[in-house]
Write a protein that binds this ligand. Structure first.
Ligand SMILES: Nc1nc2c(ncn2[C@@H]2O[C@H](COP(=O)(O)OP(=O)(O)OP(=O)(O)O)[C@@H](O)[C@H]2O)c(=O)[nH]1
Ligand SMILES: C[S@@+](CC[C@H](N)C(=O)[O-])C[C@H]1O[C@@H](n2cnc3c(N)ncnc32)[C@H](O)[C@@H]1O
Ligand code: SF4
Ligand code: SF4
Length: 329
């Protein structure tokens, strides 16, 4: 098991497949992009499958999420999914994506064994999409969402970040749209993980703001803590159900005490937390022919050192060196 000194057990592995992206969301990356990882530094498909195999067979990982950067940009994605689906025990497998390219790949991903997708979409307005992502791809995301749902990659969840002055008036419209199309919408509080260090605690849209805005049009009933388990999203039934809306309030209502996550970056570093200041190098171990048992031992030791939480509201908080897109969001 991957256990830490606070008694938390990691059963959920988030794997970043690339740090590159075809969008430039203002809360994530600067317009000019970033210094991307060099190809030789990236784990190969074989190395990723081997590490996920060790996590699943020896370390108690039950769920694997592929993310990035934009994971659909990874050429070997379908093959990786197929090989992870063949592991024993077979983990649950999901993907977090900006949705561009899903129209082309959703069916192949489903066939390869992917269970479900989460797609990021912050606005229903093409012009606002262009301001937020610096690219004119709104329709591609809508098409990708539709294809994913039709391919059975369900429940399809939609992640929305609200930014002051840009799309913070859209919460009720986004929810009405999500209910109509049978997507599960979650609002995410903006976190200090952007490469430009532009996050400001004072200006951000909080869970409280989002709920107040939604309640102008919908009746929300809390699902309660028991239904939530270790999920980052707190959920509410919309107008009595069956549709739900979630809020991921990493800043104002942190959920670190129930954290069940471990992370693998595209260049083979273990991070025990999104906000960790240290990483543990599994790539070096892999490439020096360490046996599976040794890699499992290094991973367990890293987990034992996991900190209590992110401490975003703590005055001593320091933003990690790597931005979200390089860590794997
Ligand atoms: N603070 C914090 N935020 C997280 C963590 N995991 C995911 N997030 C953020 O939550 C948002 C949604 O992430 P997803 O990739 O959709 O994952 P999820 O919400 O755990 O996924 P589901 O299992 O489908 O509910 C993103 O902004 C993530 O960066 C975490 O461990 N800590
Ligand atoms: C880093 S992205 C990677 C996967 C994919 N490119 C996407 O956008 O879904 C994962 C999630 O993190 C969210 N995200 C990115 N930067 C964020 C920030 N500074 N605060 C909160 N969420 C953020 C995105 O909206 C997305 O839902
Ligand atoms: S949030 Fe996702 S889609 Fe947007 S720039 Fe970051 S990695 Fe790309
Ligand atoms: S911030 Fe770190 S400890 Fe808290 S839930 Fe996220 S990964 Fe877990």
């Amino acid at each position: 098991m991957l256990i830490d000194t606070y008694g938390r057990v990691a059963t959920d592995l988030r794997v970043s497949l690339t740090d590159r992206c075809n969008l430039r969301c203002t809360y994530c990356m600067p317009e000019e992009g970033l210094q991307w990882l060099a190809k030789p530094d990236l784990l190969t498909d074989d190395e990723i499958v081997r590490l996920v195999g060790i996590a699943v067979t020896s370390l108690g990982i039950e769920e694997v999420r592929f993310t990035g950067g934009e994971p659909l940009l990874r050429p070997g994605l379908v093959g990786i999914v197929e090989r992870v689906a063949a592991l024993e025990p077979r983990p649950q497998m999901s993907l977090t994506t900006n949705g561009i390219g899903l129209r082309r790949t959703a069916e192949a991903l489903k066939k390869a064994g992917l269970d479900r997708v989460n797609v990021s979409l912050d606005t229903l307005r093409p012009d606002v999409f262009k301001s937020l992502t610096r690219r004119n791809r709104h329709q591609d995301v809508l098409d990708g969402l539709y294809t994913a749902r039709e391919a059975g990659l369900t429940p399809v969840k939609v992640n929305s970040v609200l930014m002051p002055g840009l799309n913070d008036d859209e919460a009720p419209d986004l929810l009405a749209w999500a209910v109509e199309h049978d997507y599960e919408l979650r609002f995410i509080e903006q976190m200090p993980l952007d490469a430009q260090h532009g996050w400001k605690r004072d200006g951000m849209i909080t869970a409280g703001d989002i709920l107040t805005s939604l309640r102008t049009r919908f009746e929300l009933t809390s699902e309660g803590d028991e239904a939530r388990g270790s999920a980052p999203a707190e959920r509410w039934l919309v107008d009595g159900g069956p549709h739900r809306v979630g809020v991921i309030a990493s800043v104002t209502r942190p959920f670190c005490a129930a954290c069940d996550r471990t992370r693998l970056t595209a260049d083979g570093q273990i991070r025990t937390c999104l906000f960790a200041s240290e990483e543990t190098d599994l790539r070096a171990a892999l490439r020096s022919d360490a046996p599976d048992e040794e890699i499992a031992r290094i991973w367990k030791l890293a987990m034992w050192g996991k900190k209590a939480g992110a401490g975003l509201d703590d005055p001593s908080f320091v933003q990690p060196d790597r931005p979200m897109s390089a860590i794997g969001g």
